[in-house]
Design a protein around this ligand. Structure first.
Ligand code: F6P
Length: 485
């Protein structure tokens, strides 16, 4: 294959690495998130090696420009991508990220309309940041490049690029739910029109589930009047396709983790701490969408109705700090801690505590050890775009033992139908599901887990990247055919 001179330009709010400083020495730590891993393996696959000459990743910098320049001078680190930090004034970034992104769009798209902050200044700063990204990108994009934009922080970016480069190849993927039109319409009118127009600047718009695709297509019709045929929208100048690409995980990495000596060591330490006890596990970023307080009530109801579990079960609940500046997040943390304290105060004995609560980051080895030893995972968000924790847990059930209790309001529920699906608001139903999980026969566990594992192997994060980029090429081809008609 002839070497291409085209580039793949990835754009997301967060860069896939951190800049660390120790003893005046700067180092770069690449994140081990699924998307990065998948893209690296996509580039390294023999058949894809020459598809893109260069790969660049643009994202907002969470470090000063001075430090970046120093790092570039000090280091000749080779990364799989050229890292392109976008520097944004702190005040502007704050109103964009903590403001419009996470105090307006995030609560609304997760069906928390009463949490939504309506602030014109937040929106203006959101527009400003999208424009800063566009200006920076337009300096480097060449005809023929593929631009892949990620998530709700950059809704306006596709059209900003399209305005200047009408033939650009632009893909967009949304990592959170796209809500029903009844919810989306609650946005201030000029904002919602700009958001829909912004998105339609892309050629392919990807969502996790069929439902989100349908919500988006209806929203486009209601807000701008463009109709669709199946999943294709015909605009004046172009066809735009909206489709479903359920994000997968790096299955291999999780399913083989229990062979790593560090993971085995950690597993042994955990089981030694809880001899003869069933372990229920959950891990979430701190967020009011995760349903943590309802989950605690569900567990409490189990102890109330089935006292035979007292001293026989522990619930290990890990919360990873997130978005701490936003008041709704801090309030949630206080509420969770009050509930844990109350529950433990009510049920603990001198030798047992029902909830082991941790508010901290988990490293990969510890996370996999916990997935592995858990008899059940209790994943009950009130709304979640996908929820990869559910998929990672299933991949880590290497002896096909374990039970997944999963909210029917997580995107992952549409792929993991063998899980015990629960309404996360219904405490009674949740307590029954926990009881069912704790008493499920090994054969039934094996049957369910192996069916889910097969599905996750079939469509892992590598297939996801391939599928998206393949369909993006296809829609460009379709557009050309239409133009020639
Ligand atoms: O689920 C959407 C998402 O943006 C993820 O991509 C990300 O891991 C998470 O929310 C937290 O996002 P951030 O910490 O960048 O606000």
């Amino acid at each position: 294959m002839e070497k291409s001179d085209k580039s793949l330009i990835l754009v997301s709010n967060r860069l896939p690495f951190q800049l660390l400083e120790q003893d005046d020495q700067l180092t770069m730590k690449q994140s081990d998130g699924g998307l990065v891993t998948a893209l690296i393996s996509y580039f390294n696959a023999e058949s894809n090696r020459d598809v893109f000459q260069q790969k660049k990743w643009f994202g907002s910098a969470d470090f000063p420009e001075k430090r970046w320049k120093k790092f570039k001078k000090q280091s000749d680190v080779q990364t799989d991508f050229t890292i392109e930090p976008v520097f944004i004034d702190k005040k502007v970034y704050n109103k964009y990220y903590n403001g419009f992104c996470n105090a307006t769009l995030w609560p609304l798209f997760h069906y928390f309309p009463s949490y939504v902050v309506y602030d014109q200044e937040f929106f203006e700063n959101y527009e400003e940041v999208n424009k800063i990204f566009a200006e920076r990108l337009l300096k480097v994009i060449k005809p023929g490049d593929t631009i892949w934009i990620h998530d709700y922080q950059l809704f306006l970016l596709p059209q900003l690029i399209r305005d200047k480069m009408p033939d650009a190849t632009i893909g967009f993927f949304l990592h959170i739910p796209f809500p029903s039109y009844e919810i989306f319409r609650l946005l201030h009118s000029p904002w919602k029109e700009k958001i829909v127009r912004g998105l339609l600047g892309a050629d392919l718009i990807g969502f996790h589930t069929h439902e989100y695709v349908q919500h988006f297509l209806k929203t486009v019709r209601m807000v701008l009047g463009y109709d669709h045929h199946y999943r294709t929208i015909t605009m004046q100048d172009r066809l735009v396709k909206a489709d479903m690409f359920p994000l997968g995980i790096d299955y291999e990495k999780f399913s083989t983790a229990s062979r790593k000596p560090e993971v085995v060591q950690k597993m042994e330490a955990i089981t030694k701490n809880f001899p003869d006890k069933k372990i229920i596990f959950s891990v979430d970023r701190l967020d009011y969408t995760k349903g943590v307080t309802h989950r605690l009530l569900g567990f409490e109801r189990l102890l109330e109705k089935h006292p035979e579990w007292i001293e026989k079960v522990v619930f290990v609940m890990v919360i990873v700090p997130s978005r701490q500046i936003i008041s709704k997040y801090n309030e949630r943390r206080i509420l969770i801690e009050e509930n844990v304290g109350r529950l433990n105060g009510k049920y603990s004995t001198l030798s047992w505590q029902p909830v082991i609560y941790r508010y901290n980051n988990l490293d990969f080895e510890e996370l996999c050890a916990l997935y592995h030893v858990a008899d059940a995972a209790l994943i009950t968000p009130l709304r979640d775009g996908m929820n990869l924790v559910a998929k990672e847990y299933i991949a880590c059930c290497s002896e096909q033992q374990g039970v997944l209790i999963l909210s029917e309001l997580a995107g992952a529920a549409s792929e993991l139908g063998e899980a015990l699906l629960v309404n996360p608001l219904d405490t009674e139903e949740m307590s029954e599901a926990i009881q069912q999980a704790l008493t499920m026969q090994p054969e039934e566990q094996r049957r369910k887990i192996s069916q889910m594992q097969k599905r996750l192997i079939d469509y892992d994060v590598h297939s996801w990247v391939n599928d998206f980029l393949f369909q993006l090429t296809e829609i460009k081809q379709q557009q050309k055919t239409e133009q020639q008609k």
